[in-house]
Write a protein of this length. Structure first.
Length: 359
């Protein structure tokens, strides 16, 4: 006869629960609910949005695993007639139930979000991802408190390039270039390089380049290729290391209506999407962006060491001090967050006067 100790029964219960979970017991869920979300992507044609909507992707898996109780329909900013800067406010007031919140678009409303992507300072993708990971929790917590935006995951966009009508081989070549920017931080970098930053809607850039209203435009490689900017420019120059993280966010009231077991499924599938997106953005999409544009007839010009040095100088002298001013000064929580989490990774801290100082 086997004698059972006093801890044996709880252990057996634990083993049983593990077996039950392995056999699909974790799929036991609430029934009879209907939660419909229109998910606003930056643009339906871009890689992260296509990944979300792909067969077996996040949207389909959430629908299947919740027995259709959580139904996410993919849309995009252009289809909804939205400007990117509006998205955080629209999540906050409940007009949007679910959307990608991109720092480049909403930095005007919420400057601390730019801490993950201070253009011109980041040396490579590995460091960029470490910065994104380091600021995720404080930024997500702050977005929830200030805007009622529940961050449930992330999408990532690859590095950025100048799409230019003329070759940019020296620092002097950037001077006076009318260059489309999509964010204040990027505009500071463009201006710091001696160019002239211009704000223009993504959908209007092709015409702007074609008609000479713009001399150049900056966006990710696959983003510009998707809109065939290679037809109206001759040179792809870069990269500017700036992996665009977008926070997949849900209106807090809408999120709290969902039972905890269904929330768990949503979070699990969103994490799977984020992990897969992260692999693709560095392993495939960066190269894909260059290849597609070269195949479209562009010449690819990599930044010289001189240009990289000038980009870092512009970031230190303009990008960071201007960001400090927008967040409210050097004594703000945003700057404290930067100095704690980001400065050690970049070797650039912010002093008491709001200046960027190399460590």
């Amino acid at each position: 006869m086997i004698k059972l100790g006093k801890f044996t029964f709880p252990i057996l219960i634990g083993i049983f629960l593990l077996i039950l979970a392995a056999c699909g017991g974790d799929e036991k869920k609430s029934e009879g609910h209907s939660f419909k979300f229109q998910y606003a992507c930056i643009n339906r044609t871009l890689n992260p949005c296509e990944l979300l909507a792909a067969p077996g992707g996040m949207v389909e898996k959430i629908y299947e695993r919740t027995n259709g109780q959580v139904d996410i329909q993919i849309s995009s900013f252009p289809e909804l007639g939205l400007g990117g800067p509006d998205t955080l406010r629209l999540i906050s007031d409940g007009t949007l139930g679910m959307a990608e919140i991109y720092s480049g678009y909403v930095g005007g409303d919420y400057p601390p979000i730019d801490a993950a992507n201070l253009w011109g300072l980041i040396p490579d993708n590995e460091v960029n991802l470490k910065i994104i990971d380091a600021v995720r929790d404080p930024v997500s917590k702050d977005m929830l408190e200030k805007f009622g935006a529940v961050v449930i995951g992330e999408s990532y966009y690859p590095n950025n390039y100048y799409y230019s009508g003329r070759p940019l081989r020296t620092v002097e070549d950037f001077s006076g270039m009318k260059t489309r920017s999509h964010s204040t931080v990027l505009a500071d970098l463009i201006n710091g390089m001696g160019a002239d930053a211009q704000f223009m809607a993504f959908s209007e850039v092709y015409t702007g380049l074609e008609r000479g209203i713009l001399d150049a435009a900056v966006t990710c490689g696959v983003c510009g290729a998707g809109l065939r900017w290679f037809e109206v420019t001759d040179y792809l120059v870069g990269p500017i290391v700036a992996l665009g993280v977008t926070y997949i966010s849900v209106n807090e009231d809408r999120w709290n209506e969902i039972p905890a077991d269904l929330q768990k499924i949503v979070l699990e599938e969103t994490q799977i999407h984020s992990d897969r997106n992260r692999e693709l953005v560095t392993d495939e999409w960066v190269k894909e962006g260059v290849d597609e544009n070269v195949a479209g007839g562009m010449e690819y010009i990599e930044f010289t060491p001189e240009i990289k040095t000038a980009l870092r100088k512009a970031a230190i002298e303009q990008v960071v001090p201007n960001w400090v001013e927008r967040v409210g000064g050097a004594d703000t929580p945003a700057v404290q967050m930067y100095n704690q989490f980001v400065a050690p990774l970049l070797g650039v801290s912010i002093d008491a006067n709001g200046n960027a100082v190399e460590n």
